[in-house]
Design a protein around this ligand. Structure first.
Ligand code: KIV
Ligand code: ZN
Length: 391
């Protein structure tokens, strides 16, 4: 029987921070790491310690303050990287070294000018060396998405023998289709000796907008860890968005897959990362975008006012958004105007609503959005023609 708990591995501070213009100082990283720990992520990838003294220092400081999550440092399959990562992680309660190497023919031929057997040998050496420092060693097969399954299985089997505890199968270039990525996980589960003793991990990039779908397909097919970032930030088109995979699993309970995330903290965490990284979130971004729970067409507004579930598949409060927004525009109907007017203190009769609605449409045609102060003005005018009860 497979465990139904999906581990959330957050790489906002490593893969996320690789975005141009996103540089964070150690103090900012500590604030984010503390928040991620509170959010309930299982693993925080704190950085790539050998890459710079600043990153080394950040990983060291994060390792000291994180209370619950495993703290992880990235390395290449290079001895010095691994030694430096182990040093940076020495104060962590639960340290993990994340080491690996490219396994696709493209990486083997062009990046390493090597061959498949030599790459396997480097992978084994790296894992064994990491294992001499820490018990928990995650191996990544970079560009696994474009690595042929038979060879990938061989790599996985060898690194398991060398002591890997987690196998990361990255779709580094964001190329896989969900069926293909899921089938890869299934293939590994069925063809790698010792696979039941390790955790298979999804690490998907969003180049074709499929990172979330691929990660979900991965866990449906047996993976039990998802690597992701807040707001989906990351190289190029980004990584899998943490808030998306967590809410997909929560909103589809029949999948019987759970995470330990406190979803009510998702929205505030998104704002914290957006602000400290200076990376705006697109308004239509799932879960945390400004419009994720805003309704502007008259038909939708009428439905939501009658019952939220007509146009919303999750409760905004579950992700920390206080309520759905009814945005008043020229597309809004009488129901939306009456609803908003009531919220700010005006109970309208049918006759009053007819008068107010005409004035509302005039204002709406001149402005993109009708705000509460506009409604007060409209009500003043209506008041002059008819008595409006103030609640
Ligand atoms: O996308 C990727 O392959 C990575 C690895 C370094 C884990 O980020
Ligand atoms: Zn990546």
């Amino acid at each position: 029987m497979q465990n139904n708990q999906v581990q959330i591995f957050d790489t906002t501070l490593r893969d996320g921070e690789q975005v141009p213009g996103c540089k964070l100082d150690t103090r900012q990283k500590l604030v984010i790491a503390e928040r991620l720990d509170l959010l309930g992520v299982n693993v925080i990838e704190a950085g790539f310690p050998v890459s710079s003294p600043g990153d080394f220092n950040s990983v060291t400081e994060i390792a000291k303050i994180v209370k619950n999550a495993t703290v992880c440092g990235l390395t290449r399959a290079v001895e010095n990287d691994i030694k430096v990562a182990a040093e940076a992680l020495k104060f962590a309660k639960h340290p993990r070294i994340h080491t690996g190497i490219g396994t696709s023919d493209s990486h083997i031929q062009f990046k390493f000018k090597s061959n498949r057997q030599a790459v396997i040998e480097r992978a084994i050496k790296a894992v064994s060396y990491a294992k001499s420092f820490v018990e928990d060693v995650e191996f990544y097969a970079e560009d696994a998405g474009r690595t042929d399954n038979e060879y990938l299985a061989k790599v996985c089997e060898e690194v398991i023998k060398a002591g890997a505890t987690v196998l990361n199968i990255p779709d580094t270039t964001g190329y896989c289709l969900p069926e293909e990525y899921g089938a890869k996980m299934k293939y590994l589960r069925e063809n790698v000796k010792g696979i039941d003793n390790v955790i298979l991990s999804c690490h998907c990039h969003n180049d074709l907008g499929m990172a979330t779908a691929n990660s979900i397909s991965g866990v449906i097919n047996g993976a039990r860890q998802i690597e992701c970032t807040i707001n989906g930030i990351g190289e190029r088109a980004g990584n899998t968005a943490l808030e998306e995979v967590v809410m997909v699993l929560k909103q589809h309970p029949y999948l019987n897959l759970e995470t330990s995330i406190n979803t009510k903290l998702l929205y505030d965490t998104s704002i914290m990362v957006r602000e400290s990284m200076g990376m705006p979130v697109q308004p239509n971004k799932a879960i945390v975008g400004a419009n994720a729970f805003a309704h502007s067409s008259g038909i939708h507004q009428d439905g939501v006012i009658k019952n939220r579930e007509t146009y919303e598949i999750m409760d905004p409060e579950d992700v920390g958004v206080t309520e759905s927004a009814i945005v008043l525009t020229a597309r809004s109907g009488r129901a939306a105007l009456a609803y908003r007017a009531k919220k700010i203190g005006y109970e309208l009769t049918k006759v009053q609503l007819d008068i107010a609605y005409k004035a509302f449409l005039n204002t709406a045609d001149q402005q993109k959005e009708v705000k509460d102060e506009d409604i007060h003005n409209i009500m003043n005018k209506v008041n002059k023609t008819s008595k409006v009860a103030t609640a």
